[in-house]
Design a protein around this ligand. Structure first.
Ligand SMILES: Nc1ncnc2c1ncn2[C@@H]1O[C@H](COP(=O)(O)OP(=O)(O)OP(=O)(O)O)[C@@H](O)[C@H]1O
Length: 263
């Protein structure tokens, strides 16, 4: 079974007497181990699709199953549990807490899951090293570049070992070099584990260069709904991004540092 199976998703918004169909029968099948870009014109329904995949929103009709969980059946508590443990979110403006250090930002999801700061630290530091920022763990967000802040956000999104990473315009606020580094890191993260995937909504011109698959959304529909694995990200392996030497090696799992998350 695919990691993500969406069938005939409809999301309708009511604005007074008017109805807007943000999604209008969108279907999609996605496998693990892939970096998938979602492109399409403004207002096509890309963000709406991403929100539904991440259990931030529910469809008006249609079915959405992620990692074997039927999201339409979840109550609020179960949806929040699903988001905490199975989904990582990455945003255009990083959403880091300015008063916390970089590693504390990375550890935050574990604190929200009732872990102590001290027990979360080794894992947070491991992930900071994984994204190439082992020498920036005590820096505050204001002391980091945009690209570095986004790498902290990626480390944070990984700390609960999610099955899907959802990124909404993650390079929209970055220069092209930092943006390419972030895209290469996301591709690397997707390829690390066969049961994890990264889905990114983007307008970036070079996104396709790093993606295993590019999906177009138009008028609330997915134009290519099939699951179609393609050769793994040729660009960043064939032609490494300059300065991206930190993008090697598997992401350490929580068990590697002797801790376990509560289920
Ligand atoms: N909360 C809402 N209430 C009413 N209409 C909404 C809401 N959210 C989205 N829409 C409408 O649904 C449609 C799809 O919006 P969506 O944000 O998914 O598009 P998008 O493809 O992500 O666009 P962009 O590339 O500009 O971010 C748009 O017409 C939008 O105005």
């Amino acid at each position: 079974m695919a990691l993500v199976e969406a069938t005939d998703l409809v999301r309708e918004y009511r604005m007074g007497d008017e109805r807007v169909r943000a999604l209008d029968g969108a279907s999609l099948s996605l496998d693990g181990g892939q970096f998938v870009s979602v492109i399409g014109p403004s207002g096509a329904g890309k963000s709406t699709l991403l929100h539904i995949l991440g259990a931030l929103d529910v469809p008006t009709s249609g079915s959405i199953v992620v990692d074997g969980v039927d999201l339409a059946t979840l109550n609020d508590d179960a949806a929040s549990e699903f988001r905490r443990h199975r989904v990582g979110f990455i945003f255009q403006f990083f959403n880091l807490v300015p008063t916390l250090s970089a590693w504390e930002n990375v550890a935050l999801p574990m604190l929200l899951d009732s872990k102590s700061l001290s027990s979360a630290k080794p894992r947070a530091v491991e992930l900071m090293e994984r994204v190439g920022l082992g020498d920036r763990i005590e820096h505050r967000p204001s002391e980091l570049s945009g690209g570095q802040m986004q790498r902290v956000a990626i480390a944070r999104s990984l700390i609960m070992e999610p099955k899907i990473l959802l990124a909404d315009e993650p390079t929209g606020n970055l220069d092209s070099k930092s943006g390419a580094d972030v895209l290469a890191l996301l591709a690397d993260v997707a390829h690390d584990q066969p049961d994890r995937m990264v889905l990114m909504v983007t307008h970036a011109d070079d996104a396709a260069d790093f993606s295993d698959r590019v999906i177009t959304v138009r008028d609330g529909k997915v134009l290519d709904p099939g699951s179609r694995p393609q050769p793994a990200a040729p660009q960043h392996t064939a032609a490494p991004v300059p300065g991206a030497m930190w993008m090697t090696g598997p992401i350490p799992r929580i068990g590697d540092s002797g801790r376990h998350r509560a289920e």
